[in-house]
Design a protein around this ligand. Sequence first.
Ligand code: ZN
Length: 130
Amino acid sequence: MTNDDDLKKSALNVRKRAYAPYSNFQVGAAIRTENGHIYTGCNVENASFGLTVCAERNALASAIAAGENKFIELMVASNSGVPPCGACRQVIWELCGNIPVRLLDESGNESQTTSRDLLPGAFDKTMLTK
Ligand code: ZN
């Protein structure tokens, strides 16, 4: 199994653990760190809809909690290969900078973009200086 297969398999496997009883839209995300580790997350919905957390942010939170802070690529698996939502784009930009974002659908078709292309004109911490 190649490293590439690892990232795909991780995203597809964690997608199966999604808690999505309201939308029935399961998403899995896998983030690869500079040192080769992979962290995963799935979407976790809530009856109080605003509390729902996306797969991408859960994967990044898991990696950050493990002490990781250098990310090189993100894989997002869903039924139709959708890109991250706006909130996740902002968080991906903050934590990862410009990295490849790979989108995988149920049939195994993959498309690729970047976090910069997903969030042009991004607001970030460099803008907080006076
Ligand atoms: Zn999101």
